[in-house]
Design a protein around this ligand. Structure first.
Ligand SMILES: Nc1nc2c(ncn2[C@@H]2O[C@H](COP(=O)(O)OP(=O)(O)O)[C@@H](O)[C@H]2O)c(=O)[nH]1
Ligand SMILES: [Mg+2]
Length: 361
């Protein structure tokens, strides 16, 4: 299972343009194929320089990279949480994603109508965030209502849960997203149970024309993201869409001329990785394969990502690090120099660990 990001924002801010740029760029780069599974859903291979190196040193053919899914969610409008537009359906769609890419319009264009009249990124962000808060509030109020009888009858669990729900409600009523709430373990369980949208990490993507990368509007989005402890990325959506349609030589020339070393596709994936606190580990017992997990995942949990049996029957993990492989030059040398470690189920997996799971089923 990979990770997925929903692209949200008001109508006409460039969501589909960016999705198209991603899918075209991916379709053209043999190394990072993008596969459109539904008109608004695409899966892209995560660029990974280490994978090729490992394949070379371990003598593995056709390594399997890890993937991220992007979903172009149709435009949210004011009142979406009350079912305006196609509101509820789309809010339902984004409950299942791991992170949100909030596309904000910073470009001016006489030809493209702005639903709220003029260019005002902070107002736009707040329209969307208010809808997301209202949608979560509705869920929390309903949840509270549902267990209130039980709590009134003296049920300790229900009472504790209601206290947590109330804290979340207070936080949201303050106009703040739950992703800046400092959860403890019990609170986190409730977040997961209800799939609360505002608890997801957000990347604010300022969509602008290339000459306006440092404009006042883009800077407003940047400071907003900083204050919200969120990631920020400026993208020239329309230009990227045009670039993605060029041949690969022309595209490289274009990027060079713009002083960019990598396409927005690669940048967006890298920022999404950071946003989601994702790391990659590798297995090579048969095929060489990259796996995506969140920081802090233990070896038994990581094994469970491959197969639930692996977690249940976990015995131990044989681990070495990518850097050790690079300096040793082969797995044989790794063993010889004692760099191969044996780790138990509680070992916290590091980025670029190469792991062999031993299990018993
Ligand atoms: N000038 C300019 N136009 C853009 C940019 N991004 C998107 N557009 C245009 O804005 C219109 C709406 O874009 P679209 O991606 O369909 O918006 P969506 O409703 O958010 O999916 C299209 O005509 C795009 O070509 C941009 O960065 N600059
Ligand atoms: Mg669209």
């Amino acid at each position: 299972m990979g990770f997925n990001c929903g692209i949200i924002g008001l109508p006409n801010v460039g969501k589909s343009t960016i999705f198209n740029a991603l899918s075209c760029a991916g379709a053209q780069m043999a190394n990072y194929p993008f596969c459109t599974v539904e008109p608004n859903k695409g899966i892209v291979t995560v660029p990974d320089e280490k994978l090729g190196k490992i394949a070379e040193l371990l003598g593995k053919k056709n390594p399997i990279p890890t993937k991220i899914e992007f979903i172009d969610v149709a435009g949210l409008v004011k009142g979406a949480s009350k079912g305006e537009g196609l509101g509820n359906k789309f809010l339902g769609n984004i409950r299942n994603v791991d992170a949100l890419i909030h596309c904000v319009r910073c470009f001016k264009s006489e030809d493209v109508v702005h639903v709220a009249g003029d260019i005002n990124p902070i107002r736009d962000i707040e329209i969307i965030n208010t809808e997301l808060c209202l949608a979560d509030l509705a869920i929390l109020e309903r949840a509270k209502e549902k267990i209130s009888k039980l709590a009134a009858s003296g049920d300790r669990n229900a009472q504790a849960k209601i206290e947590i729900l109330k804290k979340f409600i207070l936080h949201l009523n303050d106009g703040k997203l739950l992703n800046c709430f400092d959860f403890d373990k019990n609170e986190y369980e409730i977040i997961t149970e209800y799939g609360l949208i505002t608890s997801m990490p957000v990347l604010y993507l300022a969509n602008t024309d290339e000459e306006n990368f440092k404009s006042v509007h883009v800077n407003e989005v940047k400071s907003y993201a900083e204050k919200a402890n969120s990631e920020f990325l400026p993208v020239a959506g329309k230009l990227e869409e045009e670039i993605s349609e060029l041949s690969s030589n022309e595209r490289q020339e274009y990027l060079n001329a713009m002083g960019l070393t990598e396409s927005s596709l690669v940048r967006l994936i890298k920022v999404s990785y950071k946003l989601l606190r994702l790391i990659t580990y590798y297995t090579a017992a048969t095929d060489l394969q990259a796996w995506t997990i969140q920081e802090g995942t233990t070896s038994a949990e990581a094994a469970g990502k491959i197969h639930t049996d692996f977690e249940r029957g976990f015995i131990r993990a044989e681990v070495y690090h990518y850097n050790d492989l690079i300096s040793a030059g082969s797995e044989h040398k790794i063993r010889e120099t004692g760099k191969l470690r044996s780790e138990g189920r509680g070992y916290v997996v590091k980025d670029a660990d190469i792991i062999r799971f031993l299990f018993n089923v």
